[in-house]
Design a protein. Structure first.
Length: 266
């Protein structure tokens, strides 16, 4: 086979693009399945092992293992998202599948967390009234909706690596980055994180293990948001700084700084 043959070259290029697209779709499927399991893991609905189920080590050892698992997730999820890591990582991983590989790595770490999680069933609170139980579960499902909806308000398929693979398939190149603040992003800068915080904390049966998960995950979100905003300031400069001044990070606030004006793009 002559590698200089134009027909052969086009075949190899086509095969590479197809493989990249199929790989990205596989990673997206893994994301969907992992997300569904995460919902069941926290709610106790429809999964073989939830956050309060299964055999466990003693209290201090269980807390240590769980803390290490969440720390591993935080390091992977935040570290791989940094621009410096991406510049190094794309020396080995083709740029069109870099995001999909990040998504797959996150899924694998979450699967490890589900598998090795050590339940700590000491009750912190238990809501027994039907009304209170329904209210907390409604907040839980609202948090799920907010998190998912927030991804579609920006670019859901770019966030999870599909758009990049399609652009490579079409040979169109990556789309230019734009700054926009649609709907929920006018209320808080990170509605995706707000949805996750609601999911972590809205439960009618809070155990010591669930509380540890909620505390450490919320702490990670605050740290991750800090580093993410540094990247966004580097990308969008003064425009993002004005956005920071006008819009709260996680808790919706109606009061803004006097004299500030909200500049955004729908």
């Amino acid at each position: 086979m002559n590698p200089r043959n134009p027909t052969h070259h086009r075949f190899f290029v086509f095969s590479g693009k197809l493989a990249g697209l199929l790989y990205s779709l596989f990673c997206y499927l893994c994301f969907l399945l992992t997300t569904l399991y995460l919902i069941g893991f926290l709610s106790g609905i429809g999964v073989p092992k939830d956050i309060n189920a299964g055999a466990s080590l003693s209290g201090p050892l269980a807390a240590l293992v769980d803390s290490l698992l969440i720390t591993l997730f935080a390091v992977q999820h935040s570290g791989m998202a940094r621009q410096g890591f991406k510049r190094w990582w794309t020396r080995f991983v083709p740029a069109p599948i870099e995001r999909a590989t990040y998504v797959l790595s996150t899924c694998l770490v979450l699967v490890l967390l589900f598998w090795l999680w050590q339940p700590m069933e000491t009750p912190i609170w238990r809501v027994t009234s039907a009304c209170g139980h329904a209210l907390l579960m409604a907040l839980f499902w609202l948090g799920c909706f907010v998190a998912v909806f927030a991804t579609f308000l920006i670019s859901h398929f770019e966030l999870f690596g599909i758009k990049q693979a399609i652009a490579a398939w079409r040979s169109t190149g990556p789309a230019p980055l734009t700054f926009k603040t649609p709907l929920l992003y006018k209320l808080v800068r990170h509605p995706l994180y707000l949805g996750f915080v609601m999911v972590f904390w809205a439960t009618p049966e809070m155990t010591a293990g669930h509380l540890l998960f909620a505390l450490l995950s919320t702490f990670y979100i605050l740290i991750g948001a800090h580093f993410e905003e540094k990247d966004l300031v580097n990308l969008f400069g003064e425009r993002y700084q004005r956005y920071q001044q006008n819009v709260a990070m996680l808790v919706p606030l109606s009061k803004r700084k006097p004299g500030s004006r909200h500049h955004d793009q729908n």
